[in-house]
Design a protein around this ligand. Structure first.
Ligand SMILES: [Zn+2]
Length: 174
């Protein structure tokens, strides 16, 4: 099993930015660095890649990587400051993607204790559609929600750990 980890956004694209200036791309990079280290210590094969210019780099790197599981990590954002919780996305026509999303979402909710927004499918999210591995995209929490922003800023290891628990469960299911 090889895992491709993609911290969302990067380069000139900061992703969503909280009202305190916390950038989604930086949160995702931090969470994914901790996660990558965890994978390394446990002998997992993995690749970590954050885009510099465009999403096409991500799918190109992934297509050449021979990965089995692709995980893109993001933070959600909404105009409503009360919007909260965790959700996991998969490509609409991928049955393994749907299964992996379900397993990951369950572990995220269990380990983070945030509101369960469920799994969601998309027909056109590039990194889900154009990757070869079983692919999921995680929205950890809302950077636009002041409580969740604090968690994202101060406890990246909490999120990395929750994803790690999900990876172990997905591995058992393959
Ligand atoms: Zn994002």
């Amino acid at each position: 099993m090889k895992i491709f980890i993609n911290p969302g956004h990067g380069g000139s694209d900061p992703g969503a930015v909280s009202k305190n200036g916390l950038k989604e791309a930086e949160v995702c990079a931090k969470v994914c660095d901790i996660l990558a280290n965890r994978l390394k210590l446990n002998g997992y094969s993995y690749q970590l890649y954050q885009q510099k210019h465009s999403l096409f780099e991500v799918s190109r790197e992934e297509n050449e990587s021979n990965s089995t599981l692709f995980i893109s990590v993001h933070c959600n954002s909404a105009v409503n400051p009360k919007a909260e919780g965790t959700e996991t996305w998969y490509y609409k026509y991928s049955i393994p993607g749907g299964n992996a999303a379900q397993i990951m979402q369950k572990e995220l909710v269990k380990n983070l204790g945030l509101k369960n927004r469920g799994i969601k499918s998309s027909e056109d999210l590039h990194v889900l559609k154009r990757t070869k591995a079983t692919a999921i995209l995680i929205e950890l929490a809302f950077i636009s929600n002041s409580k969740e922003e604090i968690l994202l800023r101060e406890q990246p290891e909490l999120f990395a750990n929750a994803i790690w628990e999900g990876i172990k469960k997905i591995k058992e299911s393959i």
